[in-house]
Write a protein that binds this ligand. Structure first.
Ligand SMILES: O=C(O)CCC(=O)C(=O)O
Ligand SMILES: [Fe+2]
Length: 361
């Protein structure tokens, strides 16, 4: 896609009557947001269904928090209590904060927090590079570093998002199996909380050879945040998405029919159930709609790392769970790779692909 801008059709012959138009200058949303005197946004960034047309909850109910050290505890009672909490979070919210607090020899070890900050800063530096430099990095694994502000679904959307982003396909071709380690532990916990064997999801869906993607998003300040959208409502494909962000809020999650603001908590990352855990669990665990809104003051950065099953894994409601729950399967079987292909362009009116196939077995 980005390559078309570089390799397009040969230049037309110069004509005296119709001089060729100047080459279109690609502009990042960040550059646009820094244009002197910008007080309104171009109409291409104005969403018809604007962020605050739908109710935003004022709930005091906090998003569930899972303490990672208890999930990996060697004390069986501690671990099973945390697994029950994890199961409840997956059922009730589909989202949870994972709190990482490492104590070694009774002293706090701050590496994870420093590492998260360093990753965010590296993404900021990358996304703030001049466009020419970013273009040079585009390739098979690095998607669209110059196509800033692209719509969420290019084939159907005519409105652009207020964000610059880059996507990197990390796995299976850029090998980093089992990383981050928290992914495997959470998936094991989810497996157990469903009453399955600890490694059941790993063995059946083979995420070790699965898809791992890194999506780094930069949302510049917007002079009319009430009209624009950083990322419209969607659910994530795959098993689990891990997300870190700078300390600027903007993520909203659907909960009990309303949008809930998810404020960043230091020393923690966010995890959410993807479509394929919802399918595997026959809808017991929910892949929940979420979106990113923007503000008029601060740059927000988020890094989402979705993890999927192996591309050729066929995902369907697990027979053990269907029998246990006594419900007929609510989803048909589909190869993950095909799901990804079908998913393109089917996010319409805030309906995710998963919602479109629910109950159409
Ligand atoms: O920026 C955010 O907080 C949300 C990002 C997200 O949902 C995604 O990249 O799938
Ligand atoms: Fe997402």
């Amino acid at each position: 896609m980005a390559a078309t801008a570089l390799t397009g059709s040969p230049p037309s012959q110069p004509s005296l009557t119709h001089p060729p138009p100047p080459p279109r200058k690609l502009t990042t949303v960040k550059a646009l947001s820094e244009s002197p005197g910008l007080s309104s946004i171009p109409s291409i960034y104005t969403f018809l269904k604007q962020p605050y047309h739908e109710p935003v909850s004022d709930t005091e109910e906090p998003i569930p928090t899972i303490d990672f050290s208890l999930l990996t505890s060697s004390l069986p009672d501690e671990r099973s209590k945390t697994i029950r909490e994890l199961g409840k979070a997956c059922r009730d919210w589909g989202f949870f904060m994972v709190y990482i607090c490492f104590f070694f020899h009774r002293c706090y070890h701050g590496v994870p927090e420093r590492m998260m900050k360093a990753i965010i800063e590296a993404c900021r530096e990358f996304l703030e590079l001049p466009e020419e430099e970013k273009r040079g990095i585009s390739g098979k694994h690095v998607l669209d570093p110059i196509r800033s502000g692209t719509s969420f679904n290019e084939s159907v959307d005519e409105i652009l998002c207020w964000r610059d982003y880059v996507k990197i396909f990390q796995h299976p071709e850029f090998h980093s199996p089992n990383k981050p380690p928290s992914f495997r532990e959470i998936i094991r916990g989810i497996s157990e909380s469903l009453g399955l064997e600890k490694d059941y999801i790993y063995e059946t869906l083979n995420p070790e050879n699965g898809l791992q993607l890194i999506a780094a998003n930069l949302y510049p300040p917007c002079p009319q945040p009430e009209l624009a959208m950083g990322l419209p409502p969607h659910s994530d494909h795959g098993l689990l998405t891990l997300l870190i962000q700078n300390q600027i809020g903007g993520l909203q999650v659907q909960h009990k029919g309303k949008w809930v603001n998810i404020d960043p908590i230091p020393n923690s990352f966010l995890a959410n159930i993807g479509d394929h855990i919802e399918i595997l669990s026959n809808g017991k665990y929910k892949s929940v709609l979420h979106r990113a809104v923007v503000n008029n003051r601060d740059v927000r950065i988020s890094i989402a790392v979705p993890h999927g099953p192996a591309l050729d894994a066929i995902v369907s409601p697990d027979s053990k769970l269907v029998e246990n729950v006594g419900n007929p399967p609510a989803y048909g079987a589909m190869k993950y790779k095909e799901y990804l292909e079908f998913q393109q362009g089917t996010m319409l009116n805030g309906k995710s692909f998963l919602e479109c196939i629910r109950n159409r077995v």
